[in-house]
Design a protein around this ligand. Structure first.
Ligand code: NAD
Length: 499
């Protein structure tokens, strides 16, 4: 698979080597290189954005009728599906997720393009109630060059989530993938080209976030940034956006509460909690990383949960049987280990996990066992800070009031889960919990037609949903005069002109 040849990047439709330093993308399961490429340089960034702006003005993409642009996006969806297995294998190598998971991400990317093609073709502008002799309308226009900055945890899906609506809206897009996972963005650009998106409308600019991402965000021709990543980076981008008066959407971190009530179906709840925190090795913004269990069932539930965690198959991402692959980098695993040590210093007892697994070819990769910490309170740093790994903090609760108070006691408010057979109680708690998404008797399920985003430090704005296209457009009100007479203020009348 590994070729020592440098991979080209995409500068406004031109495939060529980036002008920055060369680096290797490693397979997290073995730490072996899978690709070499040059990061882009600051000059590449300026050239890509300037040429993207030109392509926006001249390529005709923005002027295509909705059904014409939709046809191209449908072709993108089709090509993703046709090349699905190759893409899924490539993404597995790029970020180490198990193959079954990367197949699902590829399918989700195709579904996202299909959805936004359909949404574009059927999207309606509004005629608003008029307050005078004019027809009033609200319409939307593309913005120009928009930037999409993405993290490493689910590349093809999160990139499609931005690229599809931004293209549907008629914009040119510069995509900045995470430095460690550049491959899917490059594949998407290739597929867009093959599907008929005009040259220059899509660019892929891999490189270091603090240099390349920063330069993209600050560029005067970039009219909007759609960012997914950490809260600290998101706040930095929000400051730059404020200076430029530029709209941004920020999909940021989380520390989501999962709540198991005493009347929950325990089989469902155990499976759901395990999936919520340990799938994707916990490298998921919506991971249900804070668990609250009713005290009356706490011991039984934790026993079953720990047994379930121990039984998870952690290993080779190429195997169909694997449930948890490695973590993304050696450095990220060290960060998770530091958090587990911090938890212990805060009084945690490691119920299970907390170590690197050995054997079965796992020693070279960045594997870590599913870990459950007990004995902490919700105010512990380990219970408050995002770990972004397979670490669950489990706590008992005594009353519904205390549960809601603790669930909401977090700077984050991205998602939450409620497990209960009592639908009235689940409804009450679901409404009282502050979060962008609440799952009741399920977890980590997604539909592209349902808006997604966070409250508080988990972000600003929403992705997905039909309205997702409007996030990448400027809104414009139009007044069409229908007067028989001139406006009265200047005293000029129809009769005066005809004299
Ligand atoms: P990160 O913030 O370090 O990086 C995200 C992206 O931003 C990368 O492409 C990076 O190169 C770029 N970047 C970094 N510094 C930048 C800067 N100064 N200016 C512009 N761009 C910059 O995050 P990460 O470590 O790649 O991803 C993990 C984080 O992403 C977690 O906090 C996770 O919760 C969050 N996340 C959120 C969602 C969501 O939808 N809410 C989804 C996935 C991941």
């Amino acid at each position: 698979m590994f070729s020592s040849e440098l991979l080209p990047v995409n500068i406004a439709g031109e495939w060529r080597l980036g002008g920055g330093d060369a680096y290797e993308s490693l397979y997290p399961a073995t730490a072996e290189p899978i690709a070499r490429l040059n990061a882009v340089s600051l000059a590449d960034v300026d050239e890509a954005i300037t040429r993207a702006h030109h392509a926006f003005l001249t390529s005709g993409w923005a002027q295509k009728l909705p059904h014409e642009r939709a046809a191209v996006l449908h072709r993108v969806a089709q090509l993703i599906r046709e090349q699905g297995e190759t893409l899924a294998q490539k993404q597995r190598l790029d970020n180490g997720k198990p193959i079954n998971e990367t197949r699902a991400l590829v399918a989700s990317a195709a579904g996202t393009f299909q959805f936004f093609a359909a949404a574009l073709e059927t999207l309606e502008e509004t005629i608003t109630p008029s307050r005078g002799p004019f027809v009033t309308m609200s319409v939307h226009e593309p913005m120009g060059v928009v930037a999409a900055i993405t993290p490493w945890n689910s590349p093809i899906a999160s990139e499609a989530q931005k690229l599809a609506p931004a293209l549907a809206a008629g914009n040119a897009v510069v995509l900045k993938p995470a430095e460690v996972t550049p491959l899917m963005a490059l594949e998407l650009a290739r597929i867009c080209e093959e599907a008929g998106v005009p040259k220059g409308i899509v660019s892929v600019l891999p490189g270091k976030g603090s240099v390349i991402g920063d330069a993209i965000t600050k560029h005067p021709l970039v009219k909007r940034v759609s960012f997914t990543g950490g809260t600290t980076t998101g706040k930095h981008i929000a400051h730059i956006a404020a200076d430029k008066m530029m709209p941004v959407s920020l999909e940021l971190g989380g520390k989501s509460a999962t709540m198991v009530l005493e009347d929950a179906d325990l089989d469902h709840a155990v499976s759901g909690v395990l999936y919520g925190i340990f799938s994707s090795s916990g490298e998921s913004c919506i991971a249900g990383s804070r668990l609250f269990v009713a005290r009356s069932i706490y011991d039984e539930f934790l026993t079953r949960l720990a047994e379930g965690a121990n039984a998870l198959r952690v290993g080779d991402p190429a195997s169909e049987q694997t449930q948890m692959g490695p973590l993304i980098t050696a450095k990220h695993r060290e960060g998770i280990e530091r958090y587990v040590a911090l938890g212990v210093s805060e009084g945690a007892h490691i119920r299970t996990g907390g170590v690197r697994p050995h054997g079965d070819g796992r020693d070279k990769g960045y594997f870590y066992t599913p870990t459950i910490l007990e004995g902490l309170t919700n105010s512990a740093r380990t219970a408050q800070e995002e770990i972004f790994g397979p670490v669950l903090v489990a706590m008992p609760f005594d009353s519904e009031e205390a549960l809601i108070e603790q669930a909401n006691d977090s700077i984050y408010a991205l998602a939450a889960g409620v497990w209960s057979r009592d639908f009235k109680r689940a409804w009450r708690i679901g409404r009282a919990v502050q979060a962008g998404t609440v799952w009741v008797n399920t977890y980590k399920q997604f539909s592209v037609s349902t808006p997604f985003g966070g409250w508080r430090d988990s972000g600003l704005g929403r992705e997905k949903g039909r309205e997702g296209i409007f996030q990448y457009m400027e809104q414009k009100s139009m007044y069409w005069g229908t007067n028989d007479e001139p406006l009265p203020w200047a005293g000029v009348t129809h009769r005066a002109w005809s004299n």
